[in-house]
Write a protein that binds this ligand. Structure first.
Ligand code: NAP
Ligand code: MG
Length: 500
């Protein structure tokens, strides 16, 4: 199977431990963005399917919560082992349904494996706190308990990694999960659910409901018995989900867009900076939430940096990501191509100088795939739309600045706050920068991407709503804190009153 070229795949729902169809009987095509060809179809479910999944989850979760956490964790350990065994096969499916190049697909699957083993470890911790009581012969502690039913809504750009960031801590925490994957990337969802099944997860603990955001996603958000929504995706959708959850007093964790910048100071190692910019700006064709889309450069090294970036960009090879020699794959679909191209038009109209790229690639060799030329603008001002709005494609804007202070100000002058980076050899600037950059993730002498799963992942300002995926912090989304007081004095002791 590992070298199979996909075709005729069919993705249906998985509810209560059964692969099942929907009464809707509607399907939509799954497209390989590298070729524009259909590789299968995905079921478009209805609200009724969400309701059935919730019923199954409710029944199963009560039992699951009683399984000791270290045993729940062992299941994740098995999931990790199966993923590891199937890494190459999963990576090839990922490249074909989403488009990222095979090396990056392997990296994404590895991220899921790492998360499985990490969260399996958490099953033997799930630490609360013990603390002295203010009263004699009284014991006090806090413990984590499951929230109940967790709704997970994921985007197409990391179709398996993000699902593991959310489902693994939810499951080790004793919850049942209802998962709606992005309509573009259901194959990775099916594969992950198959792995859970093979690992022996009890039925009803993971339920996959495929379908559109407006029908299935919305039904999950509105469902009174889904206790938490964990969402990664665009700001527009995240905001509307948060509004609904606000009305329902439902817990919601949001990870959304970014407008991430690399700062290149006058003392930077320019060779390293160019490598970091290239990898974080054009990897995954710029479709990472942490992608570098601004380069804030000290004016004294601007020309040198531009020249070096241009000559490095000439060597980037585009094409089908299954080809190991290809560095940059397609973007996800035709409407993404159009959106990216519109932004390039906006940049030109705003007076930014286009150094290279700026076109949809439709030579014969690209077939019906969705390819955009890696694009570099310079002389961009921080207030231009191309320097403020998320483009989500291979487009980078160089913004010249006169000082370190101005670089920080430009970095922070956007509504997003996901990731930032600085290239400098000055240790004083390194520490000032990690203090003053107002993003949730800061890199020093590396690009804006490359998060490791045991650290919290997420952003400030418009990127999120204060929660974090990954790290031990993810458990705060999927568990409830309970404070427990045990009085063994044999008499009524009143807190704050009977204190001697
Ligand atoms: P999207 O359009 O917001 O979709 C994300 C998910 O939400 C999909 O599963 C989508 O379903 C679903 N959805 C759409 N409308 C919905 C609604 N009304 N109610 C409930 N769910 C709904 O985002 P995308 O285009 O897939 O992903 C790109 C965005 O994700 C970018 O903005 C990127 O920055 C962000 N992102 C952020 C992070 C992070 O951690 N900060 C990571 C990766 C991506 P359909 O597929 O059926 O439309
Ligand atoms: Mg696709």
């Amino acid at each position: 199977m590992s070298n199979a070229v996909l075709s005729g795949e069919k993705v249906v729902n998985y509810i209560d431990g059964e692969w099942c169809e929907s009464a809707s009987d509607k399907y939509t095509a799954i497209i390989n963005p590298a070729t524009g060809e259909s590789i299968g179809e995905i079921l478009l479910s209805t609200k009724e399917d969400v309701n059935r999944a919730v019923e199954a989850a409710k029944k199963a979760q009560k039992q699951w919560a009683l399984v000791p956490a270290p045993q729940r964790a062992e299941l994740l350990y098995r999931v990790g082992l199966i993923m590891k065994e199937r890494k190459e096969e999963l990576s090839r499916i990922l490249t074909q349904e989403m488009g990222k190049v095979i090396e990056e697909a392997r990296g994404e699957v590895q991220e899921g494996i790492d998360m499985a083993f990490y969260m399996a470890g958490e099953g033997r911790r799930l630490f609360g706190q013990t603390t002295p009581s203010e009263l004699k012969d009284k014991f006090a502690m806090s413990i984590r308990v499951p929230v109940g039913i967790v709704g997970i809504i994921t985007p197409w750009n990391f179709p398996i990694a993000i699902a593991t960031w959310k489902s693994f801590p939810a499951i080790v925490g004793g919850n049942a999960v209802i998962w709606k994957p992005a309509t573009e990337t259901p194959l990775m969802a099916r594969e992950l659910v198959k792995i859970f099944e093979e690992a022996g997860l009890p039925k009803g603990i993971i339920n996959l409901v495929c379908g559109s955001g407006s029908e299935v996603g919305n039904a999950m958000v509105e469902h009174p018995e889904i206790d938490v929504i964990s969402f990664t995706g665009s700001n527009e959708v995240g905001r509307s989900i948060a509004e609904t959850c606000g009305r329902l007093l439902k817990r919601v964790s949001l990870e959304m867009g970014g407008k991430n910048a690399v700062i290149v100071m006058d003392d930077a190692d320019l060779t390293l900076a160019v490598e970091g910019i290239l990898w974080s700006a054009f990897g995954t064709s710029g479709q990472r939430c942490t992608a570098c889309s601004r380069v804030i450069v000290h004016e004294s090294v601007k020309e040198q940096l531009e020249e070096r970036l241009l000559s490095a960009m000439e060597k980037l090879t585009l094409g089908n990501g299954l080809d190991e020699s290809v560095k940059i794959g397609p973007v996800i679909n035709g409407s993404a191509l159009q959106k990216i191209h519109e932004y390039v038009g906006i940049g030109k109209d705003e007076g930014a100088k286009l150094l290279t790229g700026g076109s949809i690639l439709n030579d014969e060799k690209y077939g019906n795939g969705y390819y955009y030329a890696p694009t570099l603008f310079t002389d961009v001002r921080s207030d231009m739309r191309i320097a403020q709005e998320e483009i989500f494609g291979p487009v980078v804007s160089i913004i010249p600045v006169k000082s370190f202070e101005e670089a920080i100000e430009v970095n922070n002058g956007v509504t997003y706050g996901l990731s930032s980076s600085i290239f400098t050899r000055d240790v004083n600037r390194v520490f000032a920068a990690q203090r003053d950059l107002d993003t949730g993730i800061v890199y020093v002498n590396a690009g804006t991407t490359g998060a490791e799963i045991h650290l919290p992942f997420g952003g400030t300002k418009g990127t999120g709503n204060g929660h974090r995926d990954s790290g031990v912090q993810a458990l705060d989304v999927f568990t409830e804190w309970k404070s427990v007081y045990v009085d063994y004095s044999g008499k009524l002791q009143r807190a704050q009153i009977d204190v001697e």
